[in-house]
Design a binder for this molecule. Structure first.
Ligand code: PTJ
Length: 257
């Protein structure tokens, strides 16, 4: 069912994101499980105040630096990412020449083809969808990858991911950049760089930082990576959430007295 969401609604932005996913679901890009995953993300987004906080900005800067320094970076795309930020990902990939690769947990050829057609319609120039390789040490369908894509990449950007593949990629010596609203997910904990933010905010900012940094000497990117500490960033995100919860408790108690 479709209704007009009034821009004055306090949860306007969040509801629009939901609509994008539902549209993606109706087109066959997103699986029903993807709607549940979004719900989990929303709960964490609520805790960070639905804004890109400083811990995410620092991680996005480090991600931009790592992508610039990498020889063969790849952006992994699943159903939710396609529905939420398909356009932005195509735009970033085309401008940076970093290829996109379709990699699905609930993989069927029909879904892969739908997502491929959707991304090609958006103008994707660098896109892998054929899985002619296998990631060792992984049981799920996410093990099916492109030999010239994820299998030979040195850095992989993942979003809305289950933890197994990030761990498998790390075991293979690859760098993993994750966008995940849950700082405690296995993906977040296993990644080299964890962006605790909503993909709808993180991806456009990543593109902006990437092109800002690309105009500066490589030494600047190297310095950012040397100084970056992912455990600290994850801790900052958790500290921020607990501080916000304490503030909310304080407000509630003041209102009651
Ligand atoms: O398209 P497929 O077949 O590859 O399937 C994709 C889903 C999302 C169904 C699959 O990867 C899955 O089940 O993921 P999980 O294990 O639910 O993990 C999703 C993670 O992404 C959770 O930690 C959520 O908190 C987080 N998340 C949800 N929505 C967002 C998000 N992170 C950033 N931005 C969001 N909008």
């Amino acid at each position: 069912m479709k209704i007009e969401i009034p821009p004055s609604h306090p949860r306007y932005k969040s509801l629009l994101i939901r609509e994008k996913l539902v549209e993606g679901f109706e087109k066959g890009l997103v699986v029903p499980q993807g709607l549940i995953a979004q719900g989990r993300g929303e709960a964490f987004d609520y805790l960070i105040g639905e804004k890109t906080e400083s811990f995410a900005v620092k991680a996005i800067e480090a991600a931009a630096a790592l992508l610039l320094l990498s020889e063969k970076p790849v952006i992994s795309v699943n159903g939710n990412a396609t529905a939420l930020v398909g356009e932005e990902l195509v735009d970033f990939s085309n401008a940076s020449r970093i290829p996109l690769e379709i990699n699905l947990f609930y993989r069927t050829e029909e879904r892969v083809n739908k997502i491929r057609d959707y991304l090609l319609e958006l103008g994707a120039k660098y896109l892998y969808w054929q899985a002619d390789g296998v990631l060792p040490g992984l049981e799920s369908n996410r093990r099916l990858v492109a030999t010239r894509g994820i299998l030979s990449a040195d850095t992989v950007l993942v979003m809305l991911e289950d933890g197994d593949r990030t761990e498998a990629l790390r075991r293979l010596g690859k760098n993993v950049i994750a966008v995940d609203l849950n700082p405690l997910s296995r993906t977040s904990l296993a990644a080299n760089i964890t962006i605790v933010d909503n993909v709808v905010r993180a991806v456009p900012l990543l593109k902006q930082k990437y092109f800002e940094l690309s105009k500066r000497p490589r030494e600047v990117s190297k310095q950012i990576i040397t100084e970056y500490d992912n455990r600290r960033i994850i801790s900052e995100s958790l500290d921020y959430m607990s501080k916000r919860l304490r503030e909310l408790v304080g407000n509630l108690l003041t209102q009651n007295t």
